[in-house]
Design a protein around this ligand. Structure first.
Ligand code: 4NP
Length: 584
């Protein structure tokens, strides 16, 4: 296939919208869509199918709406990708968008709205705070934050959320800010356990905790100080026995809905009864007061659709189809388990390309986070590589989410250690199984970090590498980071440890790099800044390595437009076609 045809295929791919359910309110289901090339907020009337644009993107995050309020709250980046946000609101029924909280631009990393007030946390270069805003545009700082803390719900009486209240990177506690007394309390069912994302119903919170071993849902009454297992009528949820939860909440009459995850796939439940969905990934959901469930659903091989389900029946509310020239190039996707060098069982996914021979060129695709995962859900980057003629092996290395807290916490104090071994083992598996003729490592963000590190520490393992928005120097990056990302690095490295930061930095191993390297980096990235990467590039140049560098102008870490997706994928594919010959 010629390069121009590949570009055409990629442009077709990014024109397929990505949908997510935002929430139900007042007769409308609000959802996000990349229709038109940027993520915008839309609403659909589930009765009539009527659709309307709520907020033209780029939108950089949003709060779940609260029935029956018609005010939709969301973030915009006001700094060309630097992730400095302002909070905006618009009425679902129309009218001008306005600033909801007139705070100085900051990186907002937690957002909860109850129809009247908004709790949010934000970071600047100097510090972090927890804030409360009301409809009139005013806002107040509730407290300064010394630790990572994410508000997840708010009411007249409380702001609740989870955070590292004990400053132990391996535990998370629930915080409860009392709006009457302005006192904050910490709650944990057991010291050292991981407790996440409380949702309020009156004086009760629903949250996920691993205090008894595996991650389960619990209900705690803040007034009665009573902890219990949630009551659910149906037995489907228990039988499914999720490893973790994608999301959960209360219905208006106090029943519990939840999306459970198992081995990279997920399923929705209301009051313990399964919500009908195909086998794949339910990514987001909400439930109307009448008990209708709305959820987004996708697979690695199928773009997102929005379904409505009630009384055991599901129907498609917002449809999505792959054109034949794209679907015909995507092969089978399957979940795998394999052994790492130390014997640990590592999960992951394989997606085969119908545009590549077998064995053929294979990309070991390393996800970001590192607290994230590749699931059986639509990923434009993976789909773009597959249709361009590359098989994908996506390891969910130690530290990935969705396989229990024990597994997630294994990378703390050891980034670029055990997880790198897991990535190398995935590469060896791809060769041994007869999938890979050539092996490529590629990833974005933490995945870009692993790409640089793997090329420097295991140079013999790779035929090429593509590093997107990667990390090359943890120490220098720490100095350039804002308050939340300094904290993030301290958590990941189990404290500020300069020796470990240096040892795990790819810049230390740059002279060992053998394989051709393609570097793609957003100019205005404030999470993984460009500056250290330019130094790394100088070193590659001095050493006469084979490399290319693409700086994405006016772009930030978060890939905000579909044209930026093409500006990442197309250079990567051209580079790979040249060096590992993904031609068919
Ligand atoms: P991500 O980017 O993979 O997109 O989450 C990262 C940004 C910063 C850090 C790690 C990953 N950090 O450790 O600071």
């Amino acid at each position: 296939m010629r390069a121009s045809e590949k570009l055409e295929l990629l442009e077709k791919l990014v024109s397929i919208p990505v949908y997510r359910v935002v929430g139900y309110t007042s007769g409308w289901l609000v959802y996000s869509s990349t229709r038109g090339g940027v993520e915008s907020l839309w609403a659909v009337n589930p009765e009539t199918g009527e659709e309307k644009l709520v907020a033209q993107g780029p939108v950089h995050g949003y709060a779940k709406p609260r029935h029956p309020s018609t005010i939709i709250v969301y973030l915009r980046d006001v700094a060309r990708g630097r992730e400095l946000h302002k909070v905006f609101a618009v009425d679902l029924h129309g009218g001008e968008e306005r600033v909801f909280a007139d705070a100085p631009p900051m990186r907002v990393f937690g957002l909860a709205y109850d129809g009247v007030r908004l709790a949010f946390s934000g970071a600047t270069m100097k510090g972090m705070g927890l804030y409360l805003a009301r409809k009139d545009g005013g806002y107040e700082e509730l407290m300064k934050l010394e630790t990572m803390l994410f508000p997840t719900d708010v009411s007249e009486k409380y702001v609740v959320g989870s955070g590292m209240m004990r400053k132990d990177p391996r535990s998370m506690e629930i915080f409860v800010y009392d709006l009457d007394s302005n006192m904050v309390e910490t709650y944990t069912p057991r010291e050292g356990s991981v407790n996440k994302a409380p949702r309020l119903f009156g004086s009760k919170i629903l949250f996920e905790s691993d205090y008894e071993g595996s991650s389960k849902l619990y209900v705690y009454d803040l007034e009665e100080e009573n902890l219990e297992a949630p009551s659910m009528k149906g037995s489907d949820y228990r039988e499914y026995s999720p490893t973790e939860h994608v999301d959960y909440g209360w219905t208006i009459d106090g029943r519990i809905w939840a999306i459970g995850i198992r081995e990279g796939r997920s399923k929705a439940f209301i009051d313990g009864y399964a919500v009908p969905s195909p086998e794949g990934f339910v990514g987001s959901m909400d439930v109307s007061p009448r008990g209708e469930a709305y959820y987004s659903f996708s697979r690695l091989t199928e773009p997102p659709k929005i379904y409505a389900a009630r009384d055991g029946e599901a129907r498609i509310l917002v449809d999505n189809k792959l054109p034949e020239e794209i679907s015909g190039r995507i092969g089978e996707a399957r979940h795998i388990w394999y052994r790492s060098s130390d014997g640990l069982r590592i999960p992951g996914f394989i997606v085969e390309s119908r545009g590549a021979p077998k064995p053929g060129p294979t990309i070991i695709y390393v996800h970001g986070g590192p607290w994230g995962a590749v699931t059986d859900s639509w990923s434009i980057l993976i789909a773009g590589l597959v249709i361009s003629g590359y098989h994908i092996v996506a390891p969910n290395f130690r530290g990935s989410t969705g396989y229990g807290e024990k597994f997630r916490l294994m990378d703390i104090g050891d980034p670029g250690g055990g997880d790198l071994e897991d990535v190398i083992a995935a590469r060896n598996l791809a060769v041994k199984e007869g999938l890979a003729s050539k092996t490529i490592i590629m990833g974005y963000s933490y995945g870009g970090y692993m790409t640089y590190l793997a090329l420097g520490r295991k140079p013999e393992a790779w035929d090429a590498g593509v590093a997107g928005a990667g990390i090359v120097d943890w120490e220098e990056m720490y100095g350039l980071s804002d308050a939340i990302f300094r904290k993030f690095i301290e958590v990941l490295f189990d404290g500020y440890n300069p020796d470990l930061l240096r040892d795990r930095s790819p810049v230390k191993y740059v002279d060992n790099v053998k394989a051709p390297l393609c570097i793609i980096h957003p100019q205005n990235d404030t999470r993984t800044p460009l500056k250290p990467v330019l130094k790394y590039v100088s070193r590659l140049l001095e050493q006469g390595k084979t490399f290319e560098v693409h700086v994405l102008p006016d772009a930030g870490h978060r890939i905000a437009t579909m044209s930026d997706v093409v500006r990442i994928l197309f250079p990567a594919v051209l580079f790979l076609d040249k060096y590992v010959g993904g031609e068919d």
